[in-house]
Design a protein around this ligand. Structure first.
Ligand SMILES: NC(=O)c1ccc[n+]([C@@H]2O[C@H](COP(=O)([O-])OP(=O)(O)OC[C@H]3O[C@@H](n4cnc5c(N)ncnc54)[C@H](OP(=O)(O)O)[C@@H]3O)[C@@H](O)[C@H]2O)c1
Length: 308
């Protein structure tokens, strides 16, 4: 059995408990990167057997046997099962228990820590589906690592070998870190859903909307990554174009679904704050836009006359 202090970290015996989407991808990636994935367990033995069969020299076994035989044990079970599964296993000093959840605190692994094991989080910031599709897209993704040395150093080595970009997370930050990721994933999808509703109102399909707006979203992301959020800010708010903004609000307020206008106003206020920070607008422009966005529908109707 190796120790976590061993310098040749790929010699550590890696085990997985939970043979789902993340395990199927990370186990293959680690094995391809030269790490030893020796044991796998899962709730259903046949799922562990299927994963083990896809890896050279890997054995499907019970979860306690994985803990007994491996140095680094990744608990790749569903979030709600992490604490219970961890509490049921025979941990010992000199090994590590690691979960791959974004939002679950590492303290969910407290029973392993109480038995002397190191504990940590290793959360790859990507969507895992079919391993054949996910494996090639792993390089360049970020992985959030929360651990103390020497485990932190080992997980950083694993990240480097998988061509992931390590991001160090302090204790207590996981829920905020994971919530923030939704703005670039699930919520971006939700925003495009609002765009689809608006385009449907003039007869365009979701496919037409995506064909037109997905490239716009990509170029916005590319510009933001290259020039920063403030430096690359697009749109009518950043230009101080009060007249066009009032037209948008009037069109949205005329729709039977008030939630579209409400979210537009909230997002436009966020955009205004970025434009103000970037020094793109003078104080009078900021005040005029803020007044327009904070006005209720009645006031916007009145404001129509001044911009027509
Ligand atoms: N999917 C993603 O995009 C993604 C991305 C980053 C991180 N994560 C995190 O990675 C972890 C695993 O997610 P996943 O997507 O791989 O989940 P998944 O595909 O649903 O797989 C979960 C696995 O856990 C096993 N399991 C559940 N309860 C168990 C128990 N009590 N004992 C033993 N095994 C148990 C299941 O076993 P059986 O198959 O045998 O029933 C299943 O194979 C989660 O913490 C998740 O938050 C997921």
């Amino acid at each position: 059995m190796n120790s976590l202090m061993q310098s040749n970290v790929p010699q550590q015996r890696l085990g997985f408990i939970g043979a789902g989407r993340v395990a199927q991808t990370l186990a293959r990636a680690a094995q391809q990167a030269g790490w030893t994935v020796s044991h796998v367990a899962s709730r259903h033995a046949e799922h562990a057997q299927a994963l083990a069969a896809a890896l050279p020299d890997c054995t499907a076994d019970s979860a306690p046997a994985v803990v007994a035989r491996c140095d680094l044990v990744l608990l790749t079970v569903s979030d709600d099962a992490i604490a219970t599964v961890c509490a049921s296993l025979p941990w010992r000093a000199g090994q590590a228990a690691i979960h791959c959840s974004g939002a679950t605190e590492v303290s969910a692994l407290a029973p392993a820590a109480a038995a002397g094991a190191s504990t940590g989080g290793f959360h790859p910031l990507t969507v895992f589906a079919d391993p054949a599709a996910t494996l090639p897209s792993l390089p360049g993704c970020t992985v959030a690592i929360e651990a103390q040395d020497p485990l932190k150093r080992i997980l950083e080595q694993l990240a480097q070998d998988l061509q992931l970009r390590p991001l160090s997370l302090p204790p207590g930050a996981r829920a905020r870190y994971h919530a923030a990721a939704h703005y670039a994933g699930a919520f971006l999808n939700a925003l495009l859903g609002d765009a689809a509703r608006l385009w449907a109102s003039f007869g365009a399909t979701e496919a037409q909307m995506l064909a037109a707006l997905a490239p716009l979203a990509r170029s916005t992301l590319n510009a933001a990554q290259a020039g920063g959020l403030a430096g690359s800010l697009p749109g009518v708010v950043s230009r101080g174009d009060v007249g066009t903004l009032a037209k948008h609000l009037r069109a949205l307020d005329d729709l039977p679904e008030p939630d579209l206008a409400a979210l537009y106003r909230t997002l436009a206020l966020r955009t205004l704050e970025t434009a103000r920070r970037a020094g793109r607008l003078d104080p009078a422009q900021v005040a005029a836009i803020e007044a327009l966005l904070r006005s209720d529908q009645q006031l916007v109707q009145t404001g129509r006359e001044s911009v027509q």
